[in-house]
Ligand binder design. Structure first.
Ligand code: GLV
Length: 321
């Protein structure tokens, strides 16, 4: 196949193998660090298909630099807020993502954050590592139990449901809010109650975000929403940073409006709001949701299959536009 495919970030071998097996010779970025904007603008020139990572901003500038022959942008991520999808659609460029293959690993991280923040696990680990004197005590470092508490899921897609399943196994009850109601079968399986956003925020003990990041979900949770939450409640975000107003979150924590937060994603990633860094009531992870060997390999392979399908004039497996 002669289509020019450019891979703009270092991806697992599984993805490169799919492309090679289809007879495609790729131009691939092979450094561990993300490609710089300048290098990105150069490497995309003449590409028919781009395989991109979430660290690359694929905006109008990149689409123009690539040229009118560009047919597809295949993101190696389920989220695609790094891509100007309307701009691609307008130019007839297909955008694809990698749903399904990272559902379980992301839900694992959501559950891990729920446990870490409610049971003060990162804080406890810091005590040991800093060699701070400690002793078992009846009242020492008490957290909050999750059994019998309500988990409020914002966005009951595949990852939201997988998180709910895990939390339910830990004894939590499930509430959710979603653009559309989920199937009766899933509601029954999870014993999940559909609520308005307001009811979910006021009644949940843990609120976990699983919706896509777009214009309508930008700062979906900001000061007004934190003020609605219980003072004893925790916020978990494994979706995308811009859904949360990070400055508003810092204020809410400072004012004691919520009890804590577990975050895997940040509004201005990789920068983290300085007001979060020294707080013991937040757990901060460096965007590890899909970070397992198996999942990353599956993501690269799915993105590459999408690229091959498009390069050969076929239908991509997982288009978003
Ligand atoms: C990871 O954050 C993804 O969207 O795949």
């Amino acid at each position: 196949m002669t289509a020019k495919v450019v891979v703009t970030g270092k991806i697992p071998q599984s993805g490169l193998d799919v492309l090679a097996n289809a007879g495609i010779t790729v131009t691939a970025w092979t450094n561990d660090e993300a490609i710089s904007r300048d290098e990105l603008m150069q490497v995309v020139v003449g590409a028919e298909v781009l395989v991109t990572l979430l660290t690359e901003k694929i905006d109008a500038g990149v689409l123009v630099a690539a040229g009118p022959q560009l047919r597809a942008v295949c993101n190696v991520a389920v989220g695609y807020n790094n891509i100007d999808v309307p701009g691609c659609t307008h130019r007839g460029i297909t955008v694809t993502n990698t749903p399904g293959v990272l559902t379980e690993s992301t839900a694992d991280i959501a559950l891990a954050l729920i446990l870490m923040v409610t049971r003060r696990l990162a804080e406890g680990e810091r005590v040991i590592r800093s060699q701070t004197p400690w002793q078992w005590g009846m009242n020492y470092m008490l957290g909050s139990a999750i059994q019998g508490k309500q988990l409020g899921i914002i966005g009951m897609g595949a990852i939201g449901a997988a998180t709910a399943r895990r939390a339910s196994a830990c004894g939590m009850s499930i509430a959710y809010t979603n653009r559309r109601p989920v199937s009766a079968e899933l509601e029954r399986e999870l014993a999940a109650t559909n609520m308005s956003m307001k009811d979910l925020l006021t009644s949940s003990d843990v609120v976990s975000i699983h919706c896509p990041s777009n214009e309508s979900t930008f700062h979906l949770l900001a000061e007004a929403e934190f003020a609605l939450m219980k003072k004893s409640a925790f916020l978990i975000n494994t979706a995308r940073g811009p859904i949360v107003d990070e400055a508003g979150l810092v204020l809410a924590l400072e004012k004691g409006e919520i009890a804590g937060a577990g975050l895997d994603v940040y509004e201005h990633e990789p920068v983290v709001h300085s007001g979060l860094l020294n707080r013991d009531d937040v757990v901060l992870l460096p965007h590890l949701g899909s970070a397992t060997e198996e999942t990353r390999s599956a993501m690269a392979s799915l993105a590459a299959h999408n690229a091959v399908a498009i390069a050969s004039g076929g239908v991509p497996l997982t288009p978003v536009n």
